[in-house]
Ligand binder design. Structure first.
Ligand code: CTP
Length: 410
């Protein structure tokens, strides 16, 4: 699936001699599918595990292996490839990075395509170490990584787990979605429209407890909120996600898990004291059980039904509105409106009542969009009376448009 941030980005993917090279093949393939132009450099050791043809097949582009080869095979002539590769690149990613390559990069060696390209490139350098046994924690490796980090390289910690050798420890290469998450974050830090802005986003339907095992909730899947968090990360923002659901958290996001509307309100008020923008995508329950039973409610032989008395929940956006009058933060507040009738009229009155800058209105009666779906069709209303209709499209794309609107307001 295409990813806007990656489309037409030139990523030089340098792979070195670790068994984890097989994961780099999947990474090269997924980056290409996402729209990136992936130029692969392989060290001699990497070619012991996988052939250049493998990478060439998934990227559709030449693979660079030999500093002295003059045949350009449709790519850059290799003797000047190190300059050409580094020059136009948006990112140089060394994945997996062995102890040997890390040492060479730290000391500035220049004896193969990778090390020479690393010296010639002016783009950010991302390094994801992968090595077996206790090698990663060795002082020599840590000192070299420290040197590279001091020079501004992005170093991603490897994961703990079982190695190919059968040993267990820290040194495993993360899976492709995690690697792509780090690459997105790294690219976004270069020129995102929300660089250094703190954005708080809520996601999912709140869960209002009846007893220790039961709760009242709604159909919100949280997908729109998570897509907004990823879009904000892609714009370079510092993102706090306050969520009731358990979806993969976009890399770089600070997650605050909550259940009830009251917990969500406390988390929102706390984080918003320092936030530039709040996006309330969560479906907050308007009512909660008036009392929560300490023990599981048991049915009795003679009872036919159960009546649960409900009481009003606080309106989180109204409490933010009050705080904003004193703190003037967050500077931009975005609400969502789930409506089943009179979409625009109801949305307009919510926008005013809750003092919002933008309101994203959903028609929840649509079967092809909204709750649980991967797509959404919304109207964005602004406080100056403007309306922007977005036709049915992915929640990712809808999120990018909302995030751009927020960036413009900031
Ligand atoms: N919201 C909130 N606190 C609540 C209820 C809703 O902050 N207790 C927020 C939602 O996160 C959303 C916006 O208010 O951004 C509108 O939510 P919605 O449920 O559509 O509206 P309500 O204000 O609850 O009005 P109603 O249910 O009567 O339509």
């Amino acid at each position: 699936m295409a990813i806007t941030l990656l489309t037409h980005k030139r990523i030089v993917l340098a792979v070195t001699g670790s068994i984890a090279v097989y994961k780099a093949v999947d990474l090269a393939s997924k980056l290409t599918q996402a729209g990136a132009l992936v130029d692969v450099i392989m060290t001699d050791a990497a070619q012991q595990f996988v052939t250049p043809l493998t990478f060439q097949s998934v990227t559709g582009r030449p693979v660079y292996t030999d500093l002295w080869q003059t045949d350009n095979s449709g790519g850059l002539p290799t003797h000047i490839a190190h300059v050409g590769l580094g020059e136009g690149a948006d990112l140089l990613a060394v994945i997996p990075a062995t102890a040997n390559t890390i040492a060479k990069l730290a000391f500035g060696f220049a004896d193969d395509v990778l090390s020479v390209t690393a010296l010639a490139a002016r783009c950010p350098l991302l390094i994801v170490p992968a090595m077996d046994g206790g090698m990663y924690s060795h002082q020599a490796v840590q000192a070299n990584l420290g040197t590279l980090a001091m020079r501004g390289a992005y170093i991603i910690e490897p994961e703990e787990g079982r190695f190919a050798s059968g040993l267990v420890g820290k040194g495993r290469l993360p899976e492709t979605p995690t690697l792509i998450g780090h690459i997105r974050r790294c690219l976004a830090q270069q020129h995102g429209s929300l660089l250094n802005r703190h954005v708080v986003i809520t996601a999912g339907g709140t869960r209002e407890a009846i007893d220790p095992v039961r709760f009242v909730s709604n159909h919100s899947s949280g997908k729109q909120g998570y897509a907004l968090a990823q879009a904000a990360i892609d714009a370079g923002a510092i993102v706090t996600l306050i969520s009731t659901v358990n979806l993969p958290t976009p890399i770089g996001t600070t997650l605050i898990p909550v259940n009830s509307a009251q917990e969500m309100q406390a988390a929102v008020l706390e984080t918003c004291q320092h936030a530039d923008a709040l996006i309330m995508a969560a479906a907050v329950a308007d009512f909660r059980p008036a009392t929560v039973a300490d023990q599981k409610i048991k049915k009795k032989e003679d009872t036919e039904g159960l009546t649960v008395e409900m009481t009003r929940n606080p309106d989180i956006l109204l409490s933010v509105k009050q705080r904003r009058e004193e703190l003037h933060l967050p500077r931009v507040v975005v609400g969502f409106a789930a409506e089943s009738e009179h979409l625009l009229d109801n949305a307009q009155s919510k926008l005013q009542r809750k003092a919002l800058d933008l309101l994203v209105a959903n028609d929840i009666t649509a079967t092809d969009a909204g709750f649980g779906s991967d797509d959404n069709r919304v109207v964005i209303l602004d406080k100056d009376g403007g309306t922007q209709r977005l036709e049915l499209q992915s929640k990712e794309r809808v999120s990018e448009i909302i995030i751009e609107r927020v960036a413009t307001l900031l």
